[in-house]
Structures are given as structure tokens and as C-alpha cells.
Design a protein around this ligand. Structure first.
Ligand code: HSE
Length: 305
């Protein structure tokens, strides 16, 4: 079997970890090109072509791990329009333009996958996709942002907000602009994506009523977390005091957790590392594995699998 050629846009924490997986992993794929905006960077890989993002769109599979909105929207449109699969970890792109992109993918019979956009290395989108097939999901509830969980658990242990945020940033969990984490937008985008998958209709971030943690205080002994919660009608992200018997209350540090409640009242609970280069790159690689297997899935709506 010929190796599929990957055009990788972005060489940051996740991009470089994904590049390593492509080199070492078992799939018949290769990095045809690594595309970055600034080609004079000194940390780019050797032995692979380096180009501009537009050059990567010629590959068999385009993997976008660059972040941002305008560039990724143009790249995703161009890629899907020519029927090429587009794999991304870009939450903002999906929570802002996901509906348009899914429709384009459907029209062009192209795949659109983004398992790494929610849950990092924890297969949340994959689990929700699986359960959505039977149409039985009635509620999603979880802790979707590692940075705020990290900060609030540190505050519960007596640290102040600023030092906890600085620690989360040093550990590499926080977004480039941490206001995205602490104002709840990262969690809101993730909830919008999960809801779109669960109920097979695209929901934008604007549908999520969002309160961040910038004004939150944590009384000693209390467990406070930024909880994402939603059903088909209403999506909400807000800090909440959790009962100590609540399964979400055991989540600390970088862990994320999602509860998926079905119509019969049963709950599937999934937790694991919600951020981090290697774990997140594994989710991107798993999307590529589906493409290698010949599937042409679209993240939400349209065809599943
Ligand atoms: N800033 C995000 C978080 C990274 O803290 O969960 C993973 O999306």
C-alpha cells in the first residue's frame, strides 16, 4: 500500500509530538510537508519539506494544528472543497464555522475530523460519536478545561488565583491567551462541539451561556469546579460547588471528565488527560488511522463513520 502523504500545518507542542508519532507509529503514512507561517524558525524538523500553509493543502490528508481562525478557515474550505480529508484540533474553528465546514465536507464527500479538539488524549468525541448513533443521549456534563480544574483545585488547597494560574501556564496547559481558559470560552467551545456531535446538529459557541472563574472564590474545604452542562435545549458553563460524592469532585490537576447520560438514566463516565502534547497528538493520529482504514467520517451531522 502506498503511504498516504500528510500535510501538517503547525509545529508547536502538539504538532511536533504528532510529527514524532508519524515517524515512529505503525500507520502507512508520511509527513510530506510541515507548514508554518514563519519559515525562518530554527526549531523546524530536518529531512522534511518546509513550506507555507497553502503548500500543505496538496497532500492526501491535511492536518491543521496551528490554531487561529482566519487562516484555518481558508485552509479548511480549500481542502474540503477539493475532497481532501481535513483533521484539526482547532476548537475555535469548529465552534465558529463548524456548520459550514460540515456541510462542505458532506457535499464534497470529504472527511472532517477533530478528535483532539476536546479532551486532549481522552476519547470524548469518539465516545459521544459512538453513543450518538443510537440517538439516546439526553445530557452531557463534565469538566472540560484542565487549566481551570488545575487552578480551582490549587485554590482549594490554599493557593491564590495568580500563583495557581502561573503554575498551570508553566505546566503548559493554559491556552496561549489564558483568558480563554479562565473566562470559560475554552470549555464553552468544547461543550458546543460535544453537543453538536451528541445531537447531530451544529451548535456554535454563542449557544453556550458562559461564566468564567475570574471572580470565583473557593472556601477552604469546598470543591469548586468549572462545570460544563447541557441538554438538547440548553448549554451552560459556570463554576459550581460540588458535593464531595459527585464523581466530578474527584477530578484534579490536568484531568478532564465527561458524563454522558442516556434516556434510560444510565451514565457513561470517561476521564483522562485533558491536555498535553503527546496525549493530544495521539488523538490526531487516531483520526488519521480512520482515514487510512478508508472511512470518510464527518465530525457532526452528515455521515457518521
Ligand atoms: N487550555 C486547554 C485546557 C488545553 O486547559 O484544557 C486543552 O484544550
Amino acid at each position: 500500500m502506498d503511504r498516504l502523504r500528510i500535510g501538517l500545518i503547525g509545529w508547536g507542542t502538539v504538532g511536533s509530538a504528532f510529527g514524532e508519532l508519524v515517524r515512529e507509529g505503525p500507520l502507512p503514512v508520511e509527513l510530506a510537508i510541515v507548514a508554518v507561517r514563519d519559515r525562518s524558525r530554527t526549531d523546524l524538523p530536518r529531512g522534511v519539506a518546509i513550506g507555507a500553509p497553502e503548500d500543505a493543502l496538496e497532500a492526501d490528508i491535511v492536518v491543521e494544528l496551528a490554531g487561529g481562525l482566519d487562516g484555518p478557515l481558508a485552509w479548511a474550505r480549500a481542502t474540503l472543497d477539493r475532497g481532501t480529508p481535513y483533521v484539526t484540533a482547532n476548537k475555535a474553528l469548529l465552534a465558529t464555522h463548524g456548520g459550514e465546514l460540515a456541510e462542505l465536507a458532506e457535499r464534497r464527500v470529504a472527511a472532517l475530523l477533530a478528535s483532539a479538539s476536546v479532551g486532549g488524549g481522552t476519547p470524548m468525541i469518539e465516545t459521544v460519536t459512538h453513543m450518538a448513533a443510537a440517538g439516546q443521549i439526553v445530557r452531557l456534563r463534565g469538566l472540560l478545561n484542565a487549566t481551570t480544574t488545575f487552578i480551582l483545585s490549587a485554590m482549594g488547597a490554599g493557593n491564590d488565583y495568580e500563583s495557581a494560574l502561573a503554575e498551570a501556564q508553566a505546566a503548559g496547559y493554559a491556552e496561549a491567551d489564558p483568558s480563554f481558559d479562565v473566562e470559560g470560552r475554552d470549555a464553552a467551545q468544547k461543550l458546543a462541539i460535544l453537543a453538536s456531535v451528541a445531537w447531530r446538529r451544529w451548535r456554535p459557541e454563542a449557544d453556550v451561556e458562559t461564566t468564567g472563574i475570574t471572580q470565583t472564590t473557593v472556601e477552604p474545604g469546598r470543591v469548586v469546579r468549572l462545570v460544563a452542562d447541557g441538554d438538547q435545549q440548553h448549554l451552560r458553563v459556570a463554576p459550581a460547588v460540588l458535593d464531595e460524592r459527585d464523581p466530578l469532585a474527584v477530578v484534579v490537576g490536568v484531568e478532564s471528565m465527561l458524563e454522558i447520560v442516556s434516556r434510560d438514566g444510565s451514565t457513561v463516565r470517561i476521564s483522562g488527560p485533558g491536555a498535553g502534547g503527546r496525549a493530544t497528538a495521539g488523538a490526531v493520529y487516531a483520526d488519521v488511522a480512520r482515514l487510512v482504514a478508508g472511512e470518510r467520517p464527518i465530525l457532526f451531522g452528515g455521515r457518521i463513520g
